[in-house]
Every structure is written in structure tokens, then in C-alpha cells.
Write a protein that binds this ligand. Sequence first.
Ligand SMILES: *Cc1c(COP(=O)(O)O)cnc(C)c1O
Length: 344
Amino acid sequence: MHFASDNSGPVHPEVLTALAEANQGYQMAYGADTLMNEVRDQVRGIFEAPGAAVYLVATGTAANSLALATLSQPWETVFCSPVAHIHEDECNAPEFYSGAKLTLVPGGDKMSPEALRLSIEGEETRGVHGPQRGPVSITQVTERGSVYTLCELQALCRVAKDYDLPVHMDGARFTNALVALNCSPAEMTWKAGVDAVSFGGTKNGLMGVEAVVFFDESKAWEFELRRKRGAHLFSKHRFLSAQMAAYLKDDLWLRSARQANANCAQLANGLRAAGATFLHEPQANMIFASFPRSLHRKLHDAGAVYHLWGDTLEGTDEDEMLACRFVCDWSNPPEQIEQFLSLL
Ligand SMILES: *Cc1c(COP(=O)(O)O)cnc(C)c1O
């Protein structure tokens, strides 16, 4: 019963098979492999963006940092949520790669257009002395498991466009959001006003690949240079390409995300019936819930693995409500979900 994170699970067997197949013979290095040509076309196809620039890197931190560096200047700010992964979980890599600073838009999990506008208005008030306005970064699925609706995305992008600022989407869980909204990748990105997306794969069954997609092709060469300078141009690149090709083949990306979201919905229903309260309504594959220490202890003793969120099991007040996080992926065995539900 392992629900700690969606990168704790195994690599999808279809991906491992594709890696073994890619391990035949010779291929040009550094992204000149024939598979990458297919991947580029496939990604352009699913995004309905024939001119998009498509690159692969091995971590989400690299994808976000290199994308933001390409969209910003060192004297600019990147607007994001206070709980954004680029702020809380990337050890300042976005600042390191871009030289820009992050400006936290007051609020919680989701950014609101009003708060974003106020934050943008608050910059560029000190002429040459202050930071200049830079890109807006939106996380979809958010770090708390919420999904921005298309209207919400459009509203945020409209605010950015009012100031001529580019929009980046951290899509580490892009497909979980996509299947939750039941929309197209184009609708969730460039049609809403997103300029570049980190299109996640690792948390949805890959061994370690994220794509960076720029809908404005003129960014391509700069990104390539930044990726190399940032030590993220893989020489045996075919093994990145092979993973992404397998991901998009036969809808593996969609199948995996649907399964992950369905697993999460099952857990959420069980938790709800057991009286848990949700800190954020689960919409994709993550749950933030709160329930008494006694139930945590029972789950823990039976072998369930998940993170407590700012709380600890130690303590004697068995009725105290402790917050926690559950994350599902495509791989959660049904019998383990059953076992978890029966414990509840
Ligand atoms: C996991 C995650 C990433 C990528 O993290 P890496 O550990 O660098 O692969 C980026 N953004 C969000 C929201 C994430 O959850």
C-alpha cells in the first residue's frame, strides 16, 4: 500500500520494452537519433502545433529551470504561487539557471487573476532600480492536487498578456490534469495562452523524461544552447527518445493518467466515507486529507506508506487530526487499494 508519491512506482513495462528495443545497433548521439524525429512529430501532433520546438530532459527541475531561463532575463521576476514546485522544491535551480528572481503571488494553491495582476502591478515601480516583470509560471495539476479549469487558465494568461509577459506551465502532472478536464492538450496550453510547457513523463510511468515544448519556435536555438550549457544534453539521447515515444504510443500517457486518477478517486471515496476531511478537493491523482491519529496509526501499522503533511505520528492524543498526502500512479495494485479501503 504505497501512496507516498507518483515517482515511487515502477517504470511501465511498455517503456522498459521500448528501451530494450532502442538498445539495438547504432544511433547518432545528442538528439540526432531517428526516434527523436518521431517524438518531435508526435508531440507536435498531440499539441496540434506543427511549428512547436520540442526537447527532452531527464528531470522536471531541468525542464522548468531551462524553460524559465529561456523565457526570462536576469533582471526580471517569475510570478508563481507560494507553493509552486519551482519555489519550494527545486533548490533555487530556476533562479540559478535564469538569474531571475521569483515573485510569490499571495494566495494559496491556485493563483487568482486578481492577485496575479496586483503582483505584476507591484513590479516595475522603481525604474532601473527594481526588478522588471517577467514570465508567469502556472502548475497544472497544482502542488495540492487541484486542477485549473480552462476558464481559469485563460483568465491567468489574459492577465499575463495584458503586460506582454510569457506564460510557462509546469506540467509534471500534465496528463493527470488533461484527463481530469477531458480537454485537448492544445486547449490546456497554447489555445489558453500558454507559451511553453514542461510536459511531464516521469510521474506517469517513464524512467525519467520530461519534454519541454515551446509554441514559439524562435526560442528553439536559445533553449538548445541553454540545455547544453546546463549539462542536460544527453549524449545517448536515444534512450530519452525511446521513453517518450513509448509514452505516446497507443495512448500509454492517457491510459496511465486515467488509471492513476481512478485509483485516487477510489482512495478518496474510502477516506470520505471514513470521515476524513479534504484540505483540497482531490481532482486528479493527489489527496490532501486530515483524519485522527488513531486511524493514521492503524493504516501505518498495517503497512500503508504515505507522507504526513507537517504533522507527526508521535503524540498521545489519538483524536488529534493529522494532515497527510496520498499520491497514486498507474501501478497501484487493485488488491492493495482494496486492502486500504477495508482498513478504513
Ligand atoms: C515532481 C515535480 C516536478 C519535477 O521534479 P523533479 O524531481 O526535478 O523531476 C516539477 N513540478 C512539480 C509540480 C512536481 O510535482
